[in-house]
Write a protein that binds this ligand. Structure first.
Ligand code: ARG
Length: 467
């Protein structure tokens, strides 16, 4: 016979209904305190708002609410001071905080959970946490964008090869390439902003799933917690994790951008490219090959992105088959989002540091820009504009000239005028003016094009936008 009053055998939390405590394996699979302790500040904030509302509505006395509010602050400082003992037997952060509150203030602690359930409590805590992370992501992205804009401004007119299929395509400017990432990270920040705006509704007061018979004021708690309004459907409020999914989706797209850029940095810093030199602060050496300087930070960003994508798939999978309203499956939301958020913030910070320290090797970039017949399109365009050829014919003539240069082992500007006119009689000396990489980029003045003037205009726009 288990004795319900014996704390060693009785169930610590549901002693009324349960005679026995949980099996050790049940405790291991059920308890979330090992990870959801990260929600302590949000949990205490939500409870304080709830208690104050209960008093304002006359559901508990002001005296009790004050004792609860003060006691919760004591719990907060104990946790922050490392003096709090988290107990697995108490399952999660909500029960751990409440149990400690009871030890500190006694009977009034039992009134805190009036008109509330852990279902709306955890939904509230987690929303507050994810909302902070959306803000942190926006901050990290802004810092990274600023670093990229500084690179773009310095190198608005440095030429480098632009690639398609990783084959030399046309010359572009360094600034233009940097600004491409500024645009991507700008969209990422926009996605976090959109997600934040949508998630900013309060689940608190939805109680277990159906709302409550107590005369609560959900607008009051929503306001107190910085939410725009209470969620309008209590079933939705406790079973929705869209906010976490949206955060992960935004994080995943951002992660892909970070990974693509990391990949470019790995290629660019190789001995074969030498487009950039990474700082010592963001590189490592080899224990055996003394000449090596490895782009580990870029590689690790590229690799860690897998964790974010994995977390996203994991949470979508957790959610996809759940009936309304709360199911314990949803406890699995936290570790995924925690890890994805930690990984994202670290990757953003590492990328920002690398970009700030990055040295573009201007001479190598320019040399590479001029190779690979990169101005062939300029030559074809010249034949259209100056010699009046239809573009398809100009394309063919240029192709013939490229083949000729390839055969001779030289670049397009190295062909003599006689060789040029041998292929098409309308070609004049003037053609050489478009075969240089600087003229090539300067001519691409279309809006959003690679011309230094266009790059400078976009740099100015971003500087004003980023502050
Ligand atoms: N630890 C739980 C979670 O994270 C809190 C909610 C528990 N609710 C319940 N009905 N058992 O989801």
């Amino acid at each position: 016979m288990t004795d319900k009053t014996d704390p060693k055998t009785a169930n610590q939390m549901w002693g009324g209904r349960f005679a026995a405590g949980p099996d050790a394996i049940m405790e291991a699979i059920n308890a979330s305190i090992s990870f959801d302790r990260r929600l302590y500040a949000q949990d205490i904030r939500g409870s304080r708002a709830h208690a104050a509302m209960l008093a304002a509505r006359g559901i508990i006395t002001t005296k009790d609410a004050e004792a609860i509010g003060k006691g919760l602050l004591t719990v907060l400082s104990e946790i922050e001071g490392g003096k709090f003992t988290f107990q697995t037997a108490l399952e999660d952060i909500h029960m751990n905080v409440e149990a400690r509150l009871k030890e500190i203030i006694g009977e009034p602690a039992g009134r805190l959970h009036t008109a509330r359930s852990r279902n709306d409590q955890v939904a509230t805590d987690f929303r507050l946490w994810v909302r902070d992370q959306a803000d942190a992501a926006i901050q990290g992205l802004t810092a990274l964008q600023k670093a990229l804009v500084a690179q773009a401004e310095a190198g608005a007119d440095w030429v480098m090869p632009g690639f398609t299929h990783l084959q030399t395509a046309q010359p572009v400017t360094w600034g233009h390439h940097m600004l491409a990432y500024v645009e991507m990270f700008g969209r990422d920040a926009g996605r976090f902003r959109d997600a934040r705006a949508r998630m900013n509704e309060s689940p608190l007061g939805a109680a277990a799933l159906a709302g409550t018979g107590f005369p609560i004021d959900r607008h009051m708690t929503a306001r107190e917690l910085g939410f725009d309004r209470p969620m309008a459907n209590s079933l939705d409020a406790v079973s929705d994790r869209d906010f976490a999914l949206e955060f992960l989706a935004a994080a995943s797209i951002c992660a892909i951008h970070l990974s693509r850029f990391a990949e470019e940095l790995v290629i660019w810093s190789s001995a074969q490219f030498r487009f950039v030199t990474l700082s010592d602060r963001f590189s490592t050496g080899s224990s055996i090959m003394p000449q090596k300087k490895n782009p580990d930070a870029a590689e690790l960003i590229r690799a860690k992105i897998g964790r974010i994508l994995g977390a996203t798939v994991a949470l979508f999978t957790v959610m996809k088959g759940l009936p309304l309203a709360y199911s314990k499956d949803m406890q699995e939301d936290k570790e995924q989002v925690f890890d994805a958020a930690d990984t994202l913030m670290l990757a953003l910070a590492a990328m920002e540091g690398m970009v700030r320290d990055l040295t573009a090797n201007r001479a190598n970039l320019e040399k590479a820009a001029a190779s690979g017949f990169s101005t062939a399109t300029d030559l074809a365009d010249w034949l259209v504009r100056k010699a009046g050829l239809p573009f398809r014919d100009a394309h063919h003539v240029t192709g013939t000239l490229v083949a000729l240069a390839e055969q001779k082992g030289c670049d397009l500007p190295d062909l003599t005028i006689a060789e040029m006119t041998g292929v098409h009689p309308a070609i004049t000396q003037d053609v050489y003016s478009v075969l240089g990489v600087h003229n090539s980029v300067a001519s691409r003045q279309s809006y959003g094009g690679t011309a230094p003037d266009q790059v400078r205009a976009q740099v100015a726009r971003w500087k004003a936008a980023l502050g």
